[in-house]
Design a protein around this ligand. Structure first.
Ligand SMILES: C[S@@+](CC[C@H](N)C(=O)[O-])C[C@H]1O[C@@H](n2cnc3c(N)ncnc32)[C@H](O)[C@@H]1O
Length: 373
């Protein structure tokens, strides 16, 4: 048994595969963007695990390494630093062995750190950067615990203090939900949230309202911590009950756009959720429910939000609204919806202002649009 009394390695579950799918998709985009524009970028896996599952499937550190190593873009001029933090010694050793079996090119530096995320990353790595008054290189920090301790909001705030940092948190809702009224957990929840506001969750009238409140308070706290955009992906278990949320927090709209793309690929067109139950009913295939992009629906939402509001900027106002407040993604906005409205006469030439020398197919930076109500 490992240091937490659980087996050192366990069987992978469908929702874990989905989590890795989202990790891989997002990381691919993140690496392409930042790895080609910065000399150094950092990937942190704060709760790294043993690097392998029972039937040989890769753990999140190997997913990260192979995504960076096998990337189609040339990232060789960027130093990609990967820090894997793991509390249980046997799992840390297992991860080390898994990494030794991988080819690691010169420009990627991997390190397994035995110890807790809070002590080793917060107390050592980040503390040193802070003491020297330096800034972290652009950093993607994955926080993927079994429970809800070990990543207090005070530490998340310190990560958010750096300009190009972002986090992906596994928010273990189902387990937490049993403990709101347990006095022994009150301090842990205070630390997790960095506020006592969570104590109001139990007063919500329905289980759904409780769940929404628990997520809303956490997302609000991430924004107060310094992130600008947060987005959740819901994972359900084989009984179709909410198990956890993957919550992404970033300061950049491009980061949110890339995460929406990853989530959309994970669950095309639905509500950003994945259920082990639904996966088992679809003959074991991962994801891929029906649904999809509905331009008429997005148009209706845009008319509701911006109709009659005068000129709005396509790439800031409209983009931010669509990415943050609707299920749709970046690629749905311009040609697919605004262009369709234009082609069908609901946006006329008088309703669009483009930068000079741009034709009517252009919806890029500097384009303003007026949507009728
Ligand atoms: C959910 S598992 C990680 C799975 C892994 N991220 C993956 O997707 O393959 C959580 C891991 O965090 C480790 N852990 C628990 N508390 C920790 C802490 N405070 N700091 C670092 N690691 C911790 C556990 O030993 C366990 O291996």
């Amino acid at each position: 048994m490992s240091c937490d009394g659980k087996p050192p390695i366990w069987a992978i579950e469908p929702h874990t595969k989905m989590k890795h799918f989202i990790q891989r998709e997002y990381l691919g985009a993140w690496l392409a963007k930042l790895g080609q524009s910065h000399p150094r970028i950092v990937f942190v896996d704060g709760f790294a695990g043993p690097g392998i599952y029972e039937d040989g499937e890769p753990g999140s550190p190997i997913v990260a390494l192979t995504t960076a190593r096998d990337h189609q873009a040339d990232l060789s001029s960027c130093e990609i630093v990967m820090g894997f933090f793991e509390r249980c010694p046997d799992r840390a050793h297992s991860l080390q062995r898994q990494l030794e079996e991988q080819h690691v090119p010169e420009h990627i530096k991997v390190a397994v750190v035995e110890g807790t995320f809070e002590d080793q990353f917060g107390g050592e790595v980040l503390a040193e950067v802070e003491e020297k008054g330096q800034r972290l290189a652009p950093s993607f920090v994955m926080i993927d615990p079994f429970g809800w301790t070990g990543f207090p909001m005070s530490l998340v705030e310190r990560i958010a203090a750096h300009p190009r940092s972002e986090v992906l948190v596994t928010f273990m809702y189902q387990h937490m939900n049993r403990f709101w009224e347990n006095p022994e957990q009150a301090e842990n929840f205070d630390e997790l949230y960095g506020t006592t506001a969570w104590r109001g969750i139990v007063n919500e009238p329905t289980p759904e309202a409780k769940r929404d409140k628990a997520i809303e308070i956490y997302r609000d706290r991430l924004v107060e911590a310094g992130f600008v955009y947060t987005y959740p992906f819901e994972m359900r278990d084989d009984g179709n009950r909410v198990l956890f949320y993957l919550i992404h927090a970033t300061k950049h709209l491009d980061g949110l756009a890339a995460m929406k793309d990853a989530m959309w690929r994970a669950d095309p067109g639905r509500e950003f959720r994945f259920s082990d139950y639904e996966a088992s009913r679809s003959e074991g295939q991962l994801a891929l429910f029906g649904g999809g992009f509905d331009p008429a629906d997005l148009e209706r939402l845009l008319v509701g939000q911006f109709g009659g509001a005068g000129w709005v900027d396509v790439n800031t106002d409209v983009r931010e609204y669509v990415l943050l407040r609707t299920r749709y993604r970046d690629g749905h906005i311009r040609r697919e919806t605004l262009g369709r409205m234009q082609r069908e006469g609901r946006i006329t030439e008088d309703d669009v202002r483009r930068p000079p020398d741009r034709n009517r197919a252009f919806w890029g930076p500097g384009t303003l649009v007026r949507i009728l109500s």
